[in-house]
Design a protein around this ligand. Structure first.
Ligand SMILES: Nc1ncnc2c1ncn2[C@@H]1O[C@H](COP(=O)(O)OP(=O)(O)OP(=O)(O)O)[C@@H](O)[C@H]1O
Length: 254
């Protein structure tokens, strides 16, 4: 069956004054895939994401989301996407249940706040305020809130930065679960292990251009076929496996 393109980006350019942050990027995202944008700091990943999310003006190029043209129907696009807010977007006086209820009101949607918190392992924190959560809990809550308007696509910008190995693995499971429910996921990350585990396809962005776009497996196979060999013998486990074996897989936060 032909895969449906849910996002189409064509020759996208973003200039900040004389500086070109995004320099003619083109890619498609297929429905229900996890698509990664990988790149070094300043490569242009967040800028690209924010343009697709309708949060930032582009300089030129075309973007279509779920068949809607960004130039003609940004409001339509907003209705089918879920976007993570910055910390400052969460009213400081409200607890998690109240925040979810507030978002439901804003989106004119019904959602069972307790149920949503349970899925994201936050039921014990229902009465806490956002600022009282740990880094991992904040990330889980902000991903939970992206789902309130029942979006077709969610955008996650470096969702696991700063998290411990257990929290990172837990978040990977949740992201895979979200995709299982039928949601398309677009994610930026600096972590190659994360991209390898999560992404169906990923684009490697460098100085505002895409320099490779394929499945992680295909990218690795190509490198190996070109004669690449690791300098060090690959062991059956790495230090993270040791850490997890010693401290357990369960989330450690309280
Ligand atoms: N508002 C702005 N004004 C001027 N330059 C900007 C602005 N926002 C981003 N830039 C520049 O554009 C380039 C791309 O930034 P962007 O945040 O998109 O990169 P990124 O790939 O997401 O990086 P990181 O991994 O560090 O988040 C950077 O050089 C950045 O300094």
């Amino acid at each position: 069956m032909e895969k449906r393109k849910i996002i189409e980006v064509k020759d996208l350019v973003k200039k900040y004054g004389d500086f070109t942050a995004v320099n003619g990027i083109s890619f498609d995202v297929y429905e229900n895939e996890i698509f990664g944008l990988l790149g070094t700091n300043g490569a242009g990943k967040s800028t690209t994401l924010e343009i697709i999310e309708t949060l930032r003006e582009k300089t030129s190029g075309k973007v279509f989301v779920d068949g809607m043209d960004l130039d003609k129907d940004p409001e339509g696009i907003k209705k089918v996407i879920g976007v993570q807010l910055q910390s400052s977007g969460y009213y400081p006086g409200l607890n998690l249940v109240e925040l979810i209820d507030l978002f439901c009101g804003l989106y004119n949607q019904q959602a069972d706040a307790k149920e949503l918190l349970k899925i994201f392992n936050l039921e014990d924190k229902a009465k806490n305020k956002f600022k009282e959560l740990s880094g991992g809990q904040k990330q889980r809550f902000s991903i939970a809130t992206t789902l309130i308007n029942k979006p077709k696509i969610i955008f996650l910008d470096e969702p696991t930065t700063g998290l411990d190995p257990q929290a990172r693995r837990n978040l990977w499971d949740l992201i895979l679960q979200v995709r299982e429910q039928g949601t398309t996921v677009v994610i930026t990350t600096h972590y190659m292990d994360e991209a390898e585990i999560l992404c169906d396809r990923c684009a490697i962005v460098d100085h505002g251009r895409i320099i490779a776009l394929e499945s992680p497996d295909a990218l690795i196979d190509k490198l190996v076929a070109g004669g690449f060999e690791r300098k060090k013998e690959v062991k059956k486990a790495n230090l993270e496996d040791v850490f997890i074996a010693l401290t357990g897989e369960a989330l450690r936060e309280v």
